[in-house]
Design a protein around this ligand. Structure first.
Ligand SMILES: Cc1cc2nc3c(=O)[nH]c(=O)nc-3n(C[C@H](O)[C@H](O)[C@H](O)COP(=O)(O)O)c2cc1C
Length: 347
């Protein structure tokens, strides 16, 4: 199969056409300044990758209680908006497109990032383990009050409006990888008895409310969402969670958003409860555009797109290692291999 399938342009919806099917996956890099704003280096880093069909930024927090790692950017202050505008202008000058990934980590945090306060979550369910590359141990979060849940929904909406002010072409809601939306979806982490827990529809409500509010604010064409139906990090599957995902995807079909995106590190992993891979589950239940991600190489992604398994491919580690990824795919050149030491520099 020809790799050129990846290089074809792709009409995401009536208002957005991508120049190829290669998406830069969201990649947390921890290089924001102490006001959690991006800088010139961030602009250079994304501009180098503007020949991808779409850049999805590193996860960007919607409020201060959403932080769980050092120096991750936000999109809730005037300074952050102004600094992101420099990034989006540079990407646009280089004919790129860029979505902002909107994030709240929920319980995957530590008081040291939260002015000494406990992380917040749907319920007080302990997370064990350590914040990567730090000495901090996770712990038991504080359960959100119902009005605080609505306030966070509103913060997501405000963040989407801020993203448009900052010049982004759209936003991706981070519903994946065990963070706050995922914590509401899963029975294991959601023991609530208000309107946000207790039934499948109630566990889906936080995610769907955020989607609805953001659509109302900026329009469905500008909204994507990342989901992890296969629980694989900081999350446990309970029988029945797959039905909540199927329900969410069914509802998303009606909303005509830009895409649904798989959150997983290796998409060859098959899950009994999904009846296959995470992406095959999204494809089965969602009738719009599907972005796959997770250890794909140029050829394996092109073959899968040809077979109709998904529409677009998000590439993470190989794009950290190869800012010129699209050129290399175009010319059939060998890729530089990724290794973790590359994370110490924002090249
Ligand atoms: C250093 C690093 C940071 C990441 N940060 C994010 C993130 O901010 N948001 C997110 O949804 N996924 C994040 N991911 C997951 C990637 O988007 C991607 O799904 C994963 O790396 C698998 O794709 P790959 O095999 O092409 O790297 C991160 C992965 C890595 C390696």
């Amino acid at each position: 199969m020809s790799k050129n399938k990846l290089l074809e342009s792709f009409k995401l919806n009536p208002s957005i056409t991508l120049k190829n099917r290669i998406i830069m996956a969201p990649l947390t890099r921890c290089f924001a300044d102490n006001d959690l704003a991006p800088n010139e280096l961030t602009a250079d880093y994304y501009t180098r990758r503007a020949d991808t069909g779409l850049i999805i930024t590193e996860a960007t927090i919607v409020n201060k209680s959403g932080q769980g790692y050092p120096n991750t950017p936000g999109i809730f202050s005037q300074k952050q908006i102004a600094k992101w505008k420099i990034v989006t202008d540079r990407v646009h000058q280089n004919r790129g497109k860029i979505f902002c990934q909107l994030w709240h980590v929920g319980r995957v945090s530590h008081p040291s990032y939260l002015d000494g306060n406990l992380p917040v979550a749907p319920s007080a369910v302990e997370l064990t383990g350590r914040v990567p590359r730090t000495k901090y141990e996770y712990g038991t979060p504080r359960a959100l009050e119902t009005d605080e849940v609505y306030a966070i929904v509103d913060d997501f909406k405000k963040a989407s409006l801020n993203a448009i002010k900052a010049g982004f072409d759209g936003v991706e809601i981070h519903g994946a990888n065990g963070y706050l939306l995922d914590q509401f979806i899963h029975q294991h982490t959601n023991l609530r008895t208000d309107e946000f827990g207790g039934s499948l529809e109630a566990r889906a409500k936080f995610t769907l409310d955020i989607v609805d509010q953001i659509i109302e604010a900026i329009g469905a064409d500008k909204v994507g969402i990342r989901l992890s139906p296969g629980a694989y990090v900081n999350q446990e599957n309970t029988k029945g969670d797959e039905d909540t995902y199927a329900y969410i995807l069914e509802k998303l079909n009606e909303k005509k958003i830009a895409y649904v995106h798989t959150g997983i590190f290796d998409d060859s992993s098959s899950f009994d409860y999904l009846g296959g891979t995470s992406t095959s589950f999204l494809r089965k239940h969602f009738r719009g555009n599907v972005i796959a991600s997770g250890s794909y190489k140029g050829t394996s992604a092109a073959d899968a797109i040809n077979d109709g398994k998904f529409d677009l491919i998000a590439v993470g580690r190989d794009i950290i290692a190869n800012p010129d990824y699209v050129t290399k795919i175009t010319n059939n050149e060998k890729l530089t291999e990724y290794n973790q030491s590359m994370l110490t520099e924002l090249y």
